[in-house]
Design a protein around this ligand. Sequence first.
Ligand SMILES: *Cc1c(COP(=O)(O)O)cnc(C)c1O
Length: 393
Amino acid sequence: MKTEYSALMQIAAKPEITFTEGKGSYLYDAKGNRWLDFVQGWAVNTLGHCPEVIARAVCAQSRKLINPSPAFYNDQTVLLANRLTELSGMDQVFFANSGAEANEGAIKLARKWGQKNRNGAWKIITFQNGFHGRTLATMSATGKPAFDDLFNPKVPGFTKVPYGDLDAVTAAIDDRTVAIMLEPIQGEAGIIPATTEFLQGLRALTDKRGLLLMLDEVQTGVGRTGTMFCYQQHGIEPDVVTLGKGLGGGVPIAALMAKSSACCFEYGDQGGTYNGNPLVCAAALAVLEQVSADGFLSRVQAAGKRIVDGLVDLRDQFDLGEIRGAGLLLALETPGFDAPALVKRALESSLLLNAPRPHTLRLMPSLNVSDGEIDLMLEQLGDLLAEARGHSG
Ligand SMILES: *Cc1c(COP(=O)(O)O)cnc(C)c1O
């Protein structure tokens, strides 16, 4: 059997390693090499690799019902929608297969809402360096400069303003504006948290001007930042929230949730063959059961604090920069150190890290990462920094 990488469309530079197994915080290749994983499917594997609860849920569900078609209700999708509305304070849910698809749905919902309630308004204010996905509309909503010249013409109607600048948002509103969409922590930009003041300011502004406030919690949702949803730390409730990544714990499922005042889809507006199928909903129910269990989120906060304390020590030792984030979505600025080179060396020494920026490391372990695994990561990172400093003289 041929196993050439070239049979795959080459869409990103990847190391020449083929992973075959995962368990908890570790990934393995066929030769039995082992990596300590602080990427976890890109903040996806909420409970680590192949957790028993997901394996059991998916196995059992695959023997009962996999897909009756989205034209019919199924028990798992109904249970999951009810659980999510209870946990979030939103009123209704539409399930999707990826974060981009959930955001695409949010954009459509906002346009529909503008047609019905705002005289056909359709423009959405988004933010510089924000990230919302890779469909054409979500790339258009994304504020990543590298996307500017790709796949033009883009979907029109996205006005980008500086993140955190309430005056710029206010100035960007016109009678065609229908919504403001943002991440409560910009993930791909390098873990840039919004302040409570900014989020509350946006809530007050959208209320005053009759606009929708839409939060992209694809990366921050489902316990990642130490609360079930990140907005719960800021004393606000948005009109629309999207989830992805951590929701299925590695199984592809995403969600668009909204308050009833924003739920305006009519028959035929939205759908999808796989949306809300019971197989993936069963996985998400298993994830939510764990994350909402007593003590789970306080444990995420404690693990986050343990990492931050360790990073503070490394910062003092190596003259590093800012430590940012919340819960187990953390970043460390590495001035004087090439972060992608550190990530490459880490990979060679059996540790998986991520560098979203040339001088930024991002950590996104499983939410049930152990203290021992955290300490091991910190020790390895310290060794890598010492080695890199040795090289630069
Ligand atoms: C990853 C991500 C997306 C896109 O999700 P996909 O499942 O890759 O389509 C959208 N928004 C944010 C904030 C993300 O981190």
